[in-house]
Design a protein around this ligand. Structure first.
Ligand SMILES: [Zn+2]
Length: 116
């Protein structure tokens, strides 16, 4: 397992995530498409928010199941909070926000969120 540092653009929001990422998910829903997310889902236990808890705005839409949190200063959404299908608390990592991470090695999954 590798620990990566994630952050928004201005650096107000920072976190550590420990995982071995082999897959990334692209979703075509109205929200993911606009933000250009490349996502991976991890258990909360592997995620540590280091700064910026109070410097984010939470955005909800559709079923409001996911807390989309973006930086108040630079607007970048480096992660989201939500639950998987079994009710487990999960973190959605925006892989584009990880320092020194090479996303070209990932297997990309296309998720048809637009049809949900
Ligand atoms: Zn920021």
């Amino acid at each position: 397992m590798t620990t990566y540092q994630g952050s928004c653009h201005c650096g107000a929001v920072t976190y550590d995530i420990t995982a071995d990422f082999t897959e990334g998910m692209k979703c075509n829903c109205s929200h993911c498409k606009r933000k250009g997310f490349l996502l991976a889902f991890v258990p909360e236990s592997s995620f540590v928010l280091k700064s910026g808890q109070d410097e984010q705005t939470t955005y909800h839409f559709n079923k409001k199941h996911i807390d989309h949190q973006f930086c108040n200063t630079c607007g970048v959404q480096a992660f989201a909070r939500g639950h998987d299908g079994n009710g487990n608390y999960m973190i959605a990592i925006n892989l584009n926000c990880l320092e020194g991470f090479d996303a070209t090695t990932l297997t990309i999954t296309e998720f048809d969120g637009a049809s949900i």
